[in-house]
Design a protein around this ligand. Structure first.
Ligand code: AHZ
Length: 327
């Protein structure tokens, strides 16, 4: 019979490896990937390979109880929900614009609590291109990803490489929490003295719940208060352009509707149009094309990076100007 869970001692979980360590190195796979002009990063030896190679017969995992795993996860998750119920900035959408904004903001202001809400459970979303590489008209030097320099643009050999590097850097900041598989269902508003509204946070739910409001009884949502929301929900789609459509729904903005593709026009327009569209809500990335009637862009991502960067800069300015209100 298992011991009562309330008094059960957590085991220490780890690896047990016997025998001598066999030194091995990883093949330096990235050194020659066929791209011209790729900037080289030093390849590192694999500690795991050195530790485990040739010792699989002696290897066994230390035992772990299922409840220990559950508690390790749920305790932290619900503690994070509690901590981030009052956030300094909420970023809606973990695409290239949202993650770029998060990276710049978290790096510049380690004192700010930044919650990212992403409705997908599996991330690294901008890999839907059959070409798999990522074209950017600005080199992603901050991220230390390798790229082929083609003059006016650079090519990262896989979009997932670019996005997953960005994501991993963002998640390494201690002041950032990503709530994935979570949808923003609504905005929180407050009246302003000029009879308008300011955005004061977001209403969230687990995505699977959000998707089933129509065929189950409606489930109460969660809320996150924040003086600043950066909305980067992409162009229209099942979830896209969320804030633009919600704001238009109660007359706070007019929707321009995205126009057909024009890459050059679109890139400039998105970066220039990145701004606080209503008090407390900064919009960035392709969501702006739905708001402003901008062109579709196609698969080039430099404007997403710079729009995210500009949104972060705008957020820092707003904080400086409205410190008391934002505090
Ligand atoms: O899942 C969405 C995606 O990851 C997420 N999202 C949308 N609505 C949400 C909601 N709650 C939570 N209500 C939500 N998350 O927002 C993310 C948007 O990422 P994206 O890559 O679609 O937008 P982006 O503006 O960062 O980059 C756009 C990339 C594109 S699309 C395009 C074209 O079709 O022509 N061209 C470019 C450069």
């Amino acid at each position: 019979m298992s011991p009562p869970s309330a008094i059960y001692q957590n085991e220490v979980h780890g690896f047990e490896v016997g025998g001598a360590v066999k030194a091995k190195t990883l093949p330096h796979a990235f050194k020659d990937n066929g791209l011209n002009g790729v900037n080289d990063l030093p390849a590192k030896d694999s500690v795991l390979l050195e530790t485990f190679a040739g010792k699989w017969d002696d290897f066994t995992f230390a035992p772990i109880r299922e409840s220990t795993v559950s508690r390790a996860m749920t305790r932290r998750y619900f503690s994070d929900l509690d901590t981030y119920a009052e956030s300094d900035v909420v970023i809606v959408g973990a695409g290239s614009a949202g993650l770029s904004a998060a990276y710049v903001l978290a790096k510049a202001r380690p004192d700010l609590k930044i919650a990212i809400i992403e409705h997908l459970s599996a991330l690294v979303v901008d890999v839907g291109s059959v070409d798999s590489c990522s074209v950017l008209c600005v080199p992603p030097d901050d991220l230390e990803v390798k790229y082929a320099d083609e003059g006016n643009y650079v090519v990262v050999h896989h979009a997932a490489y670019f996005m997953s590097t960005l994501l991993s850097k963002v998640l390494a900041f201690p002041n950032v929490k990503l709530f994935n598989a979570t949808a923003v269902e609504d905005l929180i508003t407050r009246p302003t003295s000029d009879n308008s509204v300011r955005i004061a946070g977001v209403v969230t739910n687990w995505t699977l719940v959000t998707l089933h409001h129509d065929d189950h009884s409606c489930m109460d949502p969660n809320t996150i208060n924040a003086p600043l929301v950066i909305s980067t929900t992409g162009h229209d789609g099942p979830f896209g352009a969320f804030s633009a459509k919600r704001l238009a729904g109660f007359g706070a903005v007019n929707l321009g509707g995205m126009r057909p593709l024009d890459m050059v026009t679109a890139e400039d327009a998105i970066v220039k149009g990145t701004r606080e569209v209503v008090k407390g809500l900064i919009m960035a990335g392709m969501e702006l094309s739905e708001l402003d009637g901008g062109n579709r862009m196609g698969p080039t991502f430099g404007a997403m990076v710079l729009s995210g960067l500009k949104a972060a800069e705008e957020a820092l300015n707003v904080w400086e100007q409205r410190k008391e209100e934002c505090a």
